[in-house]
Design a protein around this ligand. Sequence first.
Ligand code: ZN
Ligand code: ZN
Length: 218
Amino acid sequence: MTAMTKITHHLTDALLMGYAAGALPEAFNLVIAAHVSLCDECRARLGSFEALGGAVLEDADAEAALADDSFAATLARIAARPAEAPGPAPKPGLFPTPLQDYVGGDLAAVKWRGFGTGVRQAILPTSSAATVRLLCIPGGVAVPDHGHRGLELTLVLQGAFRDEDGRFGPGDVEVAGEEMEHTPVAEAGEDCICLAATDAPLRFKSLLPRLAQPFLRI
Ligand code: ZN
Ligand code: ZN
């Protein structure tokens, strides 16, 4: 992503803490890693949570060593610590490095499927606790109006969309919870390409998307 506009929509502390603790499903981890790789502000906040988490783990290690000096228990604690992420080497292209690693390339490597109204998607393979997909929404087109049963994280990679919460441009991430109902509309012009993770099926208001839901796994 070049000529980055200023990021105005960020991850919540709860998500960054969950990520630092290794407590989130793989699908959310990918969206968070991709945003963090683009956003100095969230990277700094994540760093402080990781430091905090490390300190807590060290305390727990010390207590465990005092209470029970089982070598296996200590090893298990060390193994449970989230892996240190190496500094990403910048790769040219649209996709942030964590996403390129996942897709095995950039935009050209994506196998899109039609979705109706010109919207295309590509579901990325992850553990089944949550689903992550790339979405390509033609300029001016709306994603059907929907609510959420769980959490939806949407990171914009190209173009922009607007919904009830404002404008989301490249690098921005929208955190939509159960209380939110929205109709994202891609801005006229460029296709809007997003990376979106959900941990529960969306609730579409109209019948047609509802019928298609099981097939689209949205
Ligand atoms: Zn951020
Ligand atoms: Zn949504």
